[in-house]
Design a protein around this ligand. Structure first.
Ligand SMILES: Cc1ncc(COP(=O)(O)O)c(C=O)c1O
Length: 406
């Protein structure tokens, strides 16, 4: 009789030869439990998803409630489905005035596809601008605006007219021109290792887009839903985007994404041709009901208000000579450990000790920390102690140096 692990390796498509292959049986709050009953603290929230923790009771109740009413009825946008309507209204209320129209998708990459198409359709232009080391998803359009040649080159030809600028460099903004349909930017660069831009640069970017009539798409897929301590990351910079993309934390563990824009812009999907973006499952009512519960939990509670103190606590706890620097905002922190080999060894030690961390797609020397916003200060202290102990054990094992792997 083959084991689950054997079946996993044999039949489930792999995208690397070294999947983590943890066999988790259940998850609750910040913890996951494997088949042998071992407990893991999930300090990356399943990569930025479980912002309200795993199986938040309000999310689970909303799912049960909706499953008892209906699941799929019709392709997106035709019937009035109350979870979709409620979610759109809640998001419109949270977003800046004017961003009042929401298109619900299945995933982050689909939200990005929709946003790019909308910008091209609304402006009648084709140029797209993105930034070095930015990640917006893995489908062809999103891949086209990825700021990393290594991961996209093998899939060319991709979309034409894409320019990659340096992030947070003001002189680069002149390359945004009247031919530019849209600029897509993250309010904290996720896969680059939580790099934060400065406020004057974000404001100059906003001003340059307005000057040349390009739409500013802010990708809040990883930074949104409270991750940085604000509901949306762009709120830190005093700017208002034209289009906002969301996913990951939005569904509280179920797959849903969204892109939001003023109704006047979104209206471009209605004609020449009609049905400018089509999706069968986008905004699935069960997922939308879960998302409504997430938005309620994040809007009512003190989860967001507690983020700055937890951020400060993390910085206080992350002290060790092996740490070069810590970057990021709110509860998305990158701990720079200088070398991939050292970082990987620390991540493995943490896993062994029951704490889940990770590295970043475009920055493998930094350790990723993005715990659920529901984590308590006591839990943070407990698990950060483990992480620092793992850093120290690796540091001692290498004669108090980072060494070069292997
Ligand atoms: C900033 C950003 N945009 C888009 C995506 C793509 O989202 P998804 O994996 O749901 O397609 C991600 C996923 O990591 C992301 O971090």
């Amino acid at each position: 009789m083959p084991t689950q692990r054997q079946l996993f390796l044999q039949h489930l498509a792999q995208t690397s030869d070294f999947p983590l292959a943890l066999e988790i049986e259940r998850a609750e709050g910040i913890y996951m439990y494997d088949a042998a009953g071992k407990r893991y603290a999930d300090l990356i929230s399943g990569i930025g998803v479980s912002n309200v923790g795993h199986r938040h009771p309000r999310v689970v109740a909303a799912i049960h409630d909706q499953v008892d009413k209906y699941m799929h009825l019709m392709v997106y946008g035709e019937y009035i489905q109350s979870p979709q309507v409620r979610l759109a209204k809640m998001l419109a209320d949270l977003l800046p005035a004017g961003i009042n129209n929401v298109y619900l998708t299945n995933s982050g990459t689909e939200a990005v596809e929709g946003a790019l198409k909308l910008a091209k359709r609304y402006t009648g232009r084709t140029g797209l601008v993105t930034f070095r080391d930015t990640y917006h998803g893995s489908t062809h359009g999103a891949l086209s605006v990825m700021g990393n040649e290594h991961f996209k080159n093998a899939f060319r030809p991709l979309l034409p007219d894409v320019q990659i600028l340096e992030y947070n460099v003001t002189s680069e903004l002149q390359r945004i021109t009247p031919q530019t349909a849209a600029v897509i930017v993250e309010s904290v660069q996720g896969e680059a290792g939580y790099q934060t831009p400065c406020t004057p640069w974000m404001q100059a970017l906003r001003a340059r887009c307005s000057e040349v009539g390009a739409l500013l798409i802010v990708d809040e897929i990883q930074t949104g839903m409270g991750r940085t301590g604000k509901m949306f990351g762009f709120e830190h910079y005093g700017i208002v985007p034209d289009i906002v993309t969301l996913a990951k934390g939005l569904g509280g563990g179920l797959p849903i994404g969204a892109f939001a824009a003023p109704a006047e812009i979104m209206g471009a999907f209605k004609s020449k041709p009609i049905l400018g973006h089509i999706t069968t499952f986008g905004g699935n009512p069960v997922c939308a009901a879960a998302a409504c519960a997430v938005v309620e939990v994040l809007s009512e509670g003190d989860l967001l208000a507690a983020v700055p103190a937890k951020h400060a606590l993390l910085l206080e706890l992350l002290q060790h000579p092996a740490i070069d620097r810590v970057t990021g905002k709110g509860l998305m922190l990158a701990v720079d450990l200088r070398h991939f080999g050292f970082n990987k060894a620390v991540i493995d030690r943490c896993l062994e000790a029951g704490v889940i961390t990770d590295w970043f797609l475009f920055n493998d020397r930094s350790l990723r920390l993005a715990p659920p916003l529901t984590i308590t200060p006591e839990e943070l202290r407990l698990h950060l102690q483990t992480i620092v102990a793992c850093i120290d054990a690796e540091w001692q094992a290498r004669g108090k140096s980072h060494g070069i792997w292997p």
